[in-house]
Design a protein around this ligand. Structure first.
Ligand code: BTN
Length: 263
């Protein structure tokens, strides 16, 4: 992994402390959570070539084969209350989208709250987790991006809905350049958007393909159809149910009609 680390360092525009590259871990999110309990610094970042227990949202797993994807988590100790962190998954999507666009020159969209989508396929996802440390709290933002996969590298039902950056760009994409860009965009998020989330709201709204589409909201074991109206000021999703009533959705799964095989 020395070469991967050297390549990332070569792409960073300035030296950065507290980032580590691992050959194989269970999950970079789990690693950061353990590090949080052991006192790791704000901004501690872990990148792995491969994960054996990559975690996705809503209890799913995230396929993390070696050499093909970027698996990166960052730990912050923001010193704010949990409510102030609600926009974080969406802000993470803006940071990741920027890194993807900088690295491979393609426009990257976001499916609310934070799937990265290019050409109607999922190229990456984000998992935000918090760690309670007595009266204090740490948060871990984990990002997984499919970089060099070919279609046969995806297993099971993921195969029909996922793609890699190489597949959509039609040319190789540097995983190290992407990692460096992502570390930089995440540092920008920490300094700029975390204290003032509204600064990235228009960029998120412009990238979010969910608003204006027919959706299925899956929450608490029920599936309901709705029209997604808009992303609210606090990065939640305003929807109109089929009976005409409106509600703000803050969590859960929102499938977009016409995307990932939902017809
Ligand atoms: C999702 O799409 O459901 C979220 C996927 C998040 C995957 C990343 S890979 C790096 C970090 N470590 C994990 O175990 N999960 C996140």
């Amino acid at each position: 992994m020395e070469q991967y680390r050297r390549d990332i360092a070569a792409h960073l525009s300035a030296p950065r402390d507290h980032w580590h590259v691992f050959d194989c871990v269970d999950s970079t999110n789990l690693l950061c959570k353990r590090q949080a309990m052991d006192g790791a610094a704000d901004g501690f970042a872990a990148i792995a070539d491969r994960q054996t227990a990559g975690r996705g949202r809503l209890g799913r797993s995230f396929q993390s084969p070696g050499g093909l994807g970027l698996y990166l988590s960052i730990l912050w100790r923001p010193g704010c209350d949990a409510a102030a962190l609600l926009p974080l998954p969406a802000l993470g999507a803006v940071a990741a989208k920027r890194a993807v666009e900088r690295t491979c020159g393609l426009r990257c969209a976001v499916k609310w709250p934070n799937d990265l989508v290019i050409g109607g396929k999922k190229v990456g996802g984000i998992l935000t987790e918090s760690v309670v440390l007595g009266a204090d709290m740490a948060v871990v933002l984990g990002i997984g991006i499919n970089v060099s996969h070919t279609p046969s590298d995806f297993e099971g039902e993921v195969r029909d809905m996922a793609a890699s950056l190489q597949m959509v760009a039609g040319k190789p994409v540097s995983r190290a350049a992407l990692a460096a860009a992502l570390l930089e965009e995440l540092d920008e998020l920490r300094c700029t958007a975390l204290p003032q989330p509204q600064l990235w709201l228009e960029e998120y709204r412009a990238a979010c393909l969910t608003a204006g589409r027919e959706v299925q909201v899956i929450a608490g074991g029920t599936v309901r159809r709705a029209l997604a109206l808009e992303v609210t000021e606090d990065y939640a999703l305003r929807v109109r149910w089929e009976d005409g009533t409106e509600e703000t959705v803050r969590a859960g799964e929102v499938s977009v009609r016409g995307l990932y095989g939902y017809v």
